[in-house]
Design a protein around this ligand. Structure first.
Ligand code: NAP
Ligand code: GLV
Ligand code: GLV
Length: 324
């Protein structure tokens, strides 16, 4: 029986898959995940994969013995979960361990995009700093402003918690209301359009699903203030990227901070030219501590399931219920 790991993980956690009778193969070459899987498909029962690996019907069908797909991420939009469930394959993810690290990164983007940190750094490095000036790199304030959170789950709430130090008013839009969190974080619910109109800073924290795909279009961006900033650390496809480009070009909003892109790793060429956007290569959870914890969790999910125990986090628990 085989376990495939589509990339070496930090902390060498894949080496800790110490199940007797299983062969572990880690992809170490530049070949695509699909090539790697097809080449090694014989007897595969477990797959540990990345959010960049598209695990579709074709891949699932090529692995008739597959029992578990352990995703090295909290988001699982890369996996056809419905089809996996139909086939009785367990899908697991890594929630919780990356919440605070991802919230920190959202805040890094909020501050950077409000105060034009990256363009100002570039300007300084280029030797253009000739002395203090009254109107050099004017941005907009963060403290005391209205923070609008879209998707009030683990990360959305962790971002909201950090806002109290900045004396901000927090409003949120989410699929369901969380009255307890509202009270604890002093956050008020708004519908999406109201949130966009009222916020100075909008930060997106929903998963990508059929309902959140292109949730933010030009029409929605037009509701925002011309001094507002939008930050996306969720999934690129939640924003229609060409509409964001149009809105930024027309001055419909002030700035944007993006960790994720609609056609990742492709980035709209116009974004690359703009001084009022901050662009990051999908590094929300990228701290030494967190990436190690994610590896530990992804491996534990896989090993637990294959040895008859409950994974730490399961996306399709109905598969488990069927097994027991
Ligand atoms: P979570 O706890 O599940 O929170 C997601 C929130 O979004 C929940 O409150 C959920 O509502 C809400 N939601 C779901 N569908 C919605 C919809 N159609 N409209 C409005 N709200 C909706 O997940 P999390 O751990 O905070 O992670 C959120 C996402 O962040 C992940 O799915 C992933 O895509 C992304 N992420 C990115 C990075 C990065 O590196 N940039 C790192 C970590 C995570 P319910 O309460 O009703 O389910
Ligand atoms: C990162 O984007 C994740 O979903 O964990
Ligand atoms: C700025 O450096 C100031 O002293 O106001």
């Amino acid at each position: 029986m085989r376990i495939l790991v589509t990339k070496k993980l930090p902390g060498k956690w894949h080496e800790k898959i110490n199940l007797e009778g299983y062969e572990v193969i880690v992809k170490e070459t530049d070949e695509s995940t699909k090539e790697f899987i097809l080449k090694n498909r014989e007897g595969v029962v477990g797959l540990l994969c990345l959010l960049t690996d598209k695990i579709d019907k074709e891949i699932i069908d090529s692995l008739p013995n597959l029992k578990i797909i352990s995703n090295y991420a909290v988001g699982f939009d890369n996996i056809d979960v419905e089809y996996a469930t139909k086939k009785g394959i367990c899908v697991t993810n890594t929630p919780g361990v990356l919440t605070e690290t991802s919230a920190d990164l959202a805040w890094a983007l909020i501050l950077a995009a409000r105060r034009l940190i990256v363009s100002a750094d570039k300007f300084t490095r280029e030797g253009k700093f000739k002395g203090w000036e009254p109107e050099l790199f004017l941005g907009y304030d963060v403290y005391g402003k209205v923070l609008g959170i879209i998707g009030f789950g683990r990360i959305g709430q962790a971002v909201a918690r950090r806002a109290s130090g900045f004396n901000m008013k927090v409003i949120y839009y989410s699929r369901s209301r969380d009255y307890e969190a509202e009270k604890k974080l002093n956050a008020e619910y708004r519908d999406l359009d109201e949130l966009l109109k009222e916020s100075d800073i909008v930060s997106i924290h929903t998963p990508l699903n059929d309902q959140t795909y292109h949730m933010i279009t030009y029409e929605k961006l037009k509701l925002m203030k011309p001094t507002a900033t939008i930050v996306n650390t969720a999934r690129g496809k939640v924003i229609k990227e060409e509409d964001l480009v149009k809105a930024l070009k027309e001055g419909i909003i002030f700035s944007a901070g993006l960790d994720v892109f609609e056609f990742e790793p492709e980035i709209h060429p116009e974004l690359l030219k703009m001084d009022n956007v901050v662009l990051l290569p999908h590094i929300g959870s990228a701290s030494f501590e967190t990436r190690t914890k994610m590896a530990e969790m992804a491996v534990t999910n896989l090993v637990n399931f294959l040895s008859g125990k409950k994974p730490l986090s399961i996306v399709n628990p109905e598969v488990l219920e069927r097994r027991v």
